[in-house]
Design a binder for this molecule. Structure first.
Ligand code: HEM
Ligand code: HEM
Length: 218
């Protein structure tokens, strides 16, 4: 999660270099995605099993909240894709086939190297693992949207549901994807703690400025 591009604004405070990484639009979109995803996962688990996940007062309220955040994440995701294309940020976010080759090294670093003080490779704005997840999420969300609509309009979507073996299977796909979101979001939260200090990357996605340890001049 380091930046090699010198085009981004920099400032130095008390010997630490801060690089401007996330624009205001990116930060607002991120905040909305974060809240929406947490709420969709929580309400989703309640809808799946209201007796086990007793976190909402009733099914009606959980469904209501699920639908509100589904609209928020859906429309903001569309806007985010449009914004990324127009601003050119898409180049930094999208997964490239050559990133596949880097994944073993990246996993090795995050599972082992990071604990032994191995140097962190500079991949540019986002590393191949981030690119993979950031490209995967909109695709998974599209599938969640389609399976969600199919669950809602059961009569109109009966033919579609039957192609996948019935409504039960559609619910199953929606539920498994919910878990994939939950696991990848937890990994994303953990990786956010791997900056120079635990809070540095979290602060960056709120303030826009990412802290870097200044290299000692030899
Ligand atoms: C983005 C568009 C989405 C739409 C249109 C959508 C729609 C729906 C609908 C209509 C239901 C059924 C409600 C009911 O039976 O009362 C549902 C259930 C559920 N949703 Fe979503 N949802 C979306 C996103 C998500 C996301 C992002 C997650 C989690 C990451 C999620 C997790 C769940 C779960 C776990 C259930 C319960 C499934 C079951 O009963 O087997 N949904 N959703
Ligand atoms: C509690 C949940 C979350 C936390 C704590 C969190 C934290 C972070 C942090 C620290 C970064 C900066 C990483 C860097 O600059 O290298 C980041 C970036 C990013 N996060 Fe999250 N995140 C969360 C949830 C989400 C969700 C739900 C999504 C999308 C569905 C998401 C999508 C992104 C994307 C695409 C970026 C790259 C910057 C951008 O273009 O928005 N995050 N996140």
């Amino acid at each position: 999660m380091s930046i090699s591009s010198s085009k981004m604004p920099e400032k130095t405070i008390n010997g630490a270099i801060f690089i401007f990484k996330h624009t205001i639009v990116t930060r607002i979109m991120h905040g909305l995605h974060l809240i929406s995803m947490v709420m969709l996962i929580l309400t989703g688990f309640y809808i799946y099993s209201p007796t086990v996940f007793r976190i909402f007062p009733s099914m009606d309220s959980a469904r209501y909240v699920h639908f509100i955040f589904m609209y928020i994440i859906g429309w903001t995701m569309i806007y985010k894709i449009y914004y990324s294309i127009v601003s050119g940020e898409i180049k930094e976010l999208v997964f490239r086939w050559r990133d596949l080759l880097e994944l073993p090294n990246l996993f090795k670093y995050y599972l082992y190297g990071i604990f032994t003080g191995a140097p962190k490779k500079d991949y540019g704005k986002y590393n191949p693992g981030q690119r993979m997840i950031y490209s995967l999420w909109p695709i998974l969300l599209l599938i969640q949207g389609i399976t969600g609509i199919a669950m809602y309009f059961t009569a109109r979507w009966a033919q579609f549901n039957n192609i996948f073996g019935g409504l039960q299977n559609i619910k199953f796909i929606h539920f498994i994807l919910c878990w994939i979101f939950a696991i990848t979001v937890i990994a994303h939260i953990y990786l956010g703690s791997t900056g120079p200090k635990i809070m540095d990357f979290y602060k960056s996605v709120i303030t826009g400025w990412e802290k870097h340890v200044a290299k000692k001049s030899s």
